[in-house]
Design a protein around this ligand. Structure first.
Ligand code: PLP
Length: 410
């Protein structure tokens, strides 16, 4: 593959750390850290001038670069700290009544479930949990139960059918990941939005893993809300994310927290005002987002996607062989990108408590300096490998050898 990779010194990851967890927390390259620091310096030099004059035009400038990157208009987006904040704003805004339903599925992120359960509990609505790929004609979708065992996820129609089978006339919103956190599968969000429009149900996409990992064009996806963190695959600073909202929904938007609600620079009123100023904070992570886009564009976005998928695919194939298990999604770039999961061998060690670190993850950290998460989905533990530009085929070999040692000698 013809790709000119940046040197590892472009990041500040210590040489002895093997970092396979860009999917949770993506370290920013040094140039992005420096861009963020430069904006913080400008703020510290003259805070009055920065907040009252420089900040809003600088945010607009950064947003115009980001909006172009995700195929949207800047006027339909706002910077937020992360995808969690974006999802909380959508939940605050959702006009739910007693008896209404919000449809999620068993590949959604734990905190997202919690946001919607809390919102639904407050108003007497309920969260419905669809089981993706497992079409159950004889049972209604449940609010709590977990289906165990590997799902069949090789066909976009089957995934859509299993989701829409759970839609009723009480469904007021579908919340679905673009790239799912526990399983790393890429979900057919454009088709889901199309079918939801036919039924008149709005869709909120939880998209933090898709930004940069996938080609994202919000005009084509045509969702109602899109929530994203930019500190994952884009490698923008921690504390940068965005919320996209379809124009007709913007006037109903409720902030998740209240501040002045107006432009500090006295600019004409717009819906973003109540989100741009959430009390005094440093907007440097947002302003450094264009530096992150520029960094990836130097390698080239398509070469970045192809190369990191190649690494993930190599990890997948070797892990399948070692674990004697099959990854849940077909072996193709359409179904997973720079991140992949493979189920752990049956009968291995388990977590001591649901929230504690898996013993295998702990051993890989402590004995081999490998940072790699073990996720849970449908009652199965999955090893999730994230590959970015600083990862190598040699590191994957090191991971496989470390796993062999741990699995054979404990
Ligand atoms: C699918 C998904 N949604 C939401 C989040 C929350 O992201 P953040 O912690 O940046 O708000 C994550 C984090 O890993 C995620 O994987």
């Amino acid at each position: 593959m013809n790709i000119k990779l940046p040197p590892r010194s472009a990041w500040s990851i210590p040489d002895d750390v093997i970092y396979f967890n860009h999917g949770s927390f993506g370290p920013a390259p040094r140039v992005v850290q420096e861009a963020r620091e430069e904006f913080s310096r400008r703020l510290e030099c003259q805070p009055m001038d920065f907040y009252l004059k420089q900040m809003e035009p600088a945010l607009d400038q950064a947003m115009s670069v980001l909006a172009k990157f995700v195929g949207a208009e800047p006027r339909d987006m706002v910077f937020v700290d992360n995808a969690t904040v974006a999802m909380n704003i959508v939940a605050e805004t959702a006009d739910l009544q007693a008896g209404d339903e919000v449809l999620l599925n068993d590949h959604e992120y734990g905190a997202v479930f919690r946001i919607w359960r809390r919102k639904c509990e407050r108003v007497g609505a309920r969260v419905v949990n669809a089981q993706l790929g497992a079409i159950q004609n004889d049972s209604t979708p449940s609010t709590a139960s977990v289906v165990f065992g590997p799902p069949r996820l090789s066909n976009a129609n089957e995934i859509c059918n299993s989701l829409f089978q759970a839609v009723t006339d009480r469904t007021k919103l579908i919340v679905v990941s673009h790239v799912a956190s526990p399983s790393a599968i890429v979900l057919p969000v454009t088709e889901i939005c199309r079918q939801a429009r036919e039924r008149g149900v709005p869709v909120c996409i939880d998209g933090p893993h898709a930004i940069a990992m996938r080609h994202v064009n919000l005009r084509e996806i045509d969702c109602d809300y899109y929530c994203a963190s930019l500190h994952k695959w884009l490698s923008a600073p921690f504390g940068s994310g965005f919320l996209y909202i379809k124009r007709k929904l913007q006037r109903n938007l409720q902030p998740h927290m209240t501040s002045w609600g107006r432009s500090l620079a006295g600019l004409p009123e717009r819906w973003q005002d109540q989100f741009n100023w959430l009390g005094t904070r440093d907007p440097a992570p947002f302003l450094a987002v264009p530096a992150a886009i520029e960094f990836l564009e130097q390698t080239g976005l398509e070469p970045f996607r192809q190369w990191t998928h190649h690494l993930a695919q190599s990890a997948r194939q070797q892990l399948e062989q070692l674990f004697g298990q099959t990854a849940w999604m077909p072996d193709s770039l359409d179904w997973y990108g720079s991140m992949v999961t493979v189920p752990l061998p049956i009968g291995g060690e388990k977590r001591a408590k649901p929230n504690s670190m898996h013993p295998l993850q702990q051993k890989l950290r402590e004995r081999f300096q490998i940072e790699i998460p073990i996720t849970e989905c449908r009652g199965q533990s999955l090893l999730r490998v994230s590959c970015h530009l600083y990862n190598t085929l040699e590191q994957i070999e090191y991971l496989i050898n470390a796993l062999k040692t741990v699995l054979t000698s404990g």
